[in-house]
Design a protein around this ligand. Structure first.
Ligand code: ADP
Length: 171
């Protein structure tokens, strides 16, 4: 059975990530979405909330699992016995960043192969950063979310790390 890991911060998981996942499922028998977190960097949504959002997004999809991890991605691959890493590419900047990571991973773990999946044109502008900014400024974040994700539920439930308080111009 061919299994791939789709690692990322997924803070939050977007319609662009979902699109990459659907393509990855055409190539692999199983895809494990791995939410990477770093205890010294809190992120916007907690790792647990990021997983819940992904679980909402993948409801009804078969052959997909979600986990969190905080070790090197190649160590997660080794721990799970997986030899493929899937990453998405939107721009040449993504390619430059991703190829450095893939080369470093290849040096450390020659048997683990990174597969790039290009973004669909309609989602190539979508990023977690944009989605977070829209959420923070109370815009329509649903536009960036996969169907089935009611992002307001997570915001209203207070499952976000509150951004710093900004003062108005002082008189
Ligand atoms: P990271 O912090 O590891 O870059 P992200 O959650 O931002 O994690 O992204 C995970 C992967 O998904 C990365 O390979 C990224 O390039 C890719 N990705 C993000 N948004 C899109 C999109 N709209 N279309 C295609 N790939 C995307």
């Amino acid at each position: 059975m061919r299994t791939a890991i789709f690692p990322g911060s997924f803070d939050p998981f977007t319609i662009g990530h979902y699109d990459v996942l659907i393509s990855a499922l055409k190539l692999f028998d199983k895809v494990i979405i791995a939410v990477g977190y770093n205890s010294s960097k809190s992120g916007y949504f907690s790792p647990c909330t990021r997983v819940k959002i992904i679980e909402d997004a993948i409801k009804g999809l078969e052959h997909v699992e979600v986990c969190t991890y905080s070790e090197l991605t190649i160590d997660l691959c080794k721990r799970l016995g997986v030899n493929y890493i899937v990453r998405g590419l939107r721009t040449t900047t993504d390619f430059e960043l991703e190829s450095v990571i893939a080369q470093a991973n290849k040096k450390m773990a020659p048997d683990i192969l990174t597969i790039y999946i290009p973004a669909s044109q309609e989602y190539s502008f979508v990023s977690s950063t944009v989605a977070r900014d829209v959420i923070i400024h109370q815009g329509n974040a649903e536009l960036f979310m996969p169907k089935g994700v009611n992002i307001q539920k997570y915001i209203k439930a207070g499952m976000v790390n509150i951004p710093p308080v900004k003062l108005d111009k002082q008189e």
